[in-house]
Design a protein around this ligand. Structure first.
Ligand code: NAD
Ligand code: LMR
Length: 339
């Protein structure tokens, strides 16, 4: 019944319900920041999945209530709730995947960078605990500014000698979700059938949609190209302004975070050909860069690269350079001081 209900709501979630035959391989997943605007609906979506045997909820507040509530849902994932720093180590032990939406969100007029001072320390503390308690877990970072927090997390894992570039990813799925929605609207397509690769990073100019590589193939006027690119790059600000001080995207992010998590878990279980975009360490012009990634039994198998860019897309990459490199540098500088 639950499966048929969900499949009526969102075809992307059919995967999590219909894969119940493979549930013997179910994995352990922790959500850090589980009581928050993203954390709660994300935990709900994860609780519905037979891909998960144990759902570990951690926050500095309210997790016992969130956990009690979710634990009454008739699905297999066993919910465990942990609150406060003393319980963090136990929340992490044995985890296969750790998703981190802990941190403050934007208010109108703020950039993601304005969150750096608070969120850098939150992510650094949480990833330090991951290094000590679940060094082989895949870590998916949602907390902003993603362009810097992933760098900080990586430096911390390196300092603890547990760094594996296959296992630490910045979640950019919401950009992919938005691009599919906006392009489908523009072209009158089914949004669940549209895919637009997004490269670069996760803030303003650094979000680079490759509209020339849309699937199904579609063409745009220059005006549509400009307006769609601009809307995808500023989708987060659109929500922040509409929420008028009450935070940033939470529900669409919960969906995006669940979609990303299910893809990682399916790949860990041996499914082949699983591709999601994500922000990872890179050997190209940038030391961190988002591209479509092929996931496998150990996390990121490889970056799929970004194919041939149009002149317009090359200009977008050029425009992203200064900001993205600055964000990476800020992460490295913070990590040096923190460690
Ligand atoms: P929120 O304020 O509603 O929730 C954050 C939660 O983190 C709170 O429950 C808080 O108690 C918890 N928290 C704070 N410090 C913590 C710590 N040290 N350990 C554990 N938990 C801690 O915020 P939100 O709307 O859920 O957003 C969370 C973050 O996600 C923000 O930084 C936001 O910018 C980011 N975000 C990223 C994307 C993306 O696409 N990557 C999308 C939306 C939001
Ligand atoms: C988003 O893209 O919605 C998030 O990064 C949150 C924000 O601050 O815009």
């Amino acid at each position: 019944l639950l499966g048929s209900l969900i499949s009526k709501i969102n075809p992307n979630l059919i995967r999590c319900v219909s894969s119940s035959n493979t549930s013997t391989n179910a994995k352990k997943v922790a959500v850090l920041g589980a009581s928050g605007g993203i954390g709660q609906p994300l935990s709900l979506l994860l609780k519905l999945s037979p891909l998960i045997s144990e759902l570990s909820l951690y926050d500095i507040q309210h997790t016992k209530g969130v956990g009690a509530d979710l634990s009454h849902i008739e699905t297999r994932a066993k919910v465990k709730a942990y609150v406060g720093k003393e319980e963090l180590a136990n929340a992490l032990k044995g985890m296969d995947l750790v998703v981190i939406p802990a941190g403050i969100p934007r208010k109108p007029g703020m950039t993601r960078d304005d969150l750096f001072n608070t969120n850098a320390t939150i992510v650094a503390d949480l990833v330090t605990a991951c290094a000590k308690n679940c060094p082989r877990a895949i870590i998916a970072i949602i907390a902003n500014p993603v362009n810097s927090t992933v760098v900080i997390a990586s430096e911390i894992l390196k300092a603890h000698n547990v760094y594996d570039e296959k296992r630490i990813v910045g979640v950019t799925t919401l950009d992919v979700v938005r691009a599919a929605t906006f392009v489908a609207e523009n072209k009158g397509l089914d949004p669940t059938k549209v895919n637009i690769p997004i490269i670069g990073g996760h803030s303003g100019n650094t979000i680079i949609p490759l509209l020339s590589q849309a699937s199904p193939p579609v063409t745009f006027s220059q005006q549509d190209l400009d307006s769609l690119t601009n809307r995808i790059q500023n989708g987060g600000t659109e929500v922040v302004n509409a929420k008028a001080g009450a935070g940033s995207a939470t529900l669409s992010m919960a969906h995006a975070g669940a979609r990303f998590s299910f893809s990682v878990l399916e790949a860990l279980n041996g499914k082949e050909g699983v591709v999601e975009c994500g922000y990872i360490a890179s050997k190209g012009d940038f030391s961190y860069f988002a591209t479509p990634l092929l996931f496998g039994r150990n996390g990121v198998e490889k970056s799929m690269g970004f194919g041939k860019l149009t002149d317009y897309e090359k200009t977008l990459v050029e425009k992203a350079k200064k900001e993205l490199n600055g964000n990476i540098e800020a992460g490295l500088t913070f990590a040096k001081q923190y460690l």
